[in-house]
Design a binder for this molecule. Sequence first.
Ligand code: ZN
Length: 153
Amino acid sequence: MFSRRKLLKIIGFSYLFFFTLPYKILSAGVKKIINPNLSNEQKDIMFNEGTERPFTSKLLKENRKGFYHCANCKAKLFSSNAKFDSGTGWPSFSEALPGAFKTKVDYSFGMKRIEYHCANCGVHHGHVFDDGPRTTGKRFCNNGLCLIFIPES
Ligand SMILES: [Zn+2]
C-alpha cells in the first residue's frame, strides 16, 4: 500500500495536472498545423518556440512593397512599411497590423521577454523588444521561416 506521504504526493501532483490541464488543452487546441507543407524547422519554431539561425532568412533582403503573412495560416501580419534593418539577422518590424498577434511573457533562458504569436492560429513568431525605431519604439524580431511575403501587384 502507499504510505501516507506518497499518497499525498500523488494527490498533489494530480491537482497540479488538473489545474494545468485546461491550459494544455487550450494551447494545444489553438496551435494547429494548417499548412501541411511546413518543414521540420518551421514546425520547431512555430510549435516549440525555436529560433532560426540569424542571417539565414531570405526575407532580410526583401525590400518590395507588400504584406508579410503567417506561413501556417496565411493571416496578414506586417506591412512592408514597418520593415527595417535592425542588424540582428532576423527580419524586423516596427509595428504589426492591428490584432495580428497575441503576446505572453517568456522567462526562458533566464531573460524576461515578450513572446508573440499569431492571433489567428496561435503559432510562435518571435519576440518584441522596446528598442525599435523612434516612430513606435518597438522591434518585432520575427523568424523569417514563419513568414510568407506577398508582394503588392
Ligand atoms: Zn497564423
